[in-house]
Design a protein around this ligand. Structure first.
Ligand code: MN
Length: 134
């Protein structure tokens, strides 16, 4: 179980991601504005943040750069979730400081496992012996 913060302005996407991660046993907080999302990370210090790129007030890139410039959050697992799925967008997300990138639309079957792959090992859910990741 991990504490996960989601920053996503699209209400339906936020609801879906929060539902999927909650159903996987995680404690989830959601935020629909970039500036509020950055403040929420600083306040809540989650184990991992999932962040949309196109957001009101601050973009996901801005959030990633601000967190990477802050010693407290330099190593925070930070996953971009966006429909901007061209190769250049992926590179731009990684160079802004994201650890990884999940393309929209969200795949309900695999989303939680995709996110969990970025958690520290100690917070990853146990996998059945001999099992394979979905
Ligand atoms: Mn958006």
């Amino acid at each position: 179980m991990a504490r996960i913060l989601i920053v996503e302005d699209n209400a339906a996407n936020l609801k879906l991601m929060a539902y999927l991660l909650g159903a996987s046993g995680h404690e989830v907080e959601g935020c629909r504005d970039g500036r509020a999302g950055l403040d929420a990370v600083r306040r809540a210090a989650p184990d991992l943040a999932v962040c949309d790129v196109q957001l009101p007030s601050l973009s996901g890139y801005d959030i990633a750069r601000a967190l990477r410039a802050d010693a407290r959050f330099r190593a925070l697992p930070l996953v971009a979730v966006t429909a901007l799925a061209m190769r250049g967008d992926r590179d731009r997300a990684l160079s802004a400081g994201f650890d990884g990138y999940i393309a929209k639309p969200i795949e309900p079957e695999t989303f939680s496992a995709q996110v969990e792959a970025f958690l520290p090992l100690a917070l990853q859910p146990p996998r059945p012996a001999g099992g394979t990741r979905p």
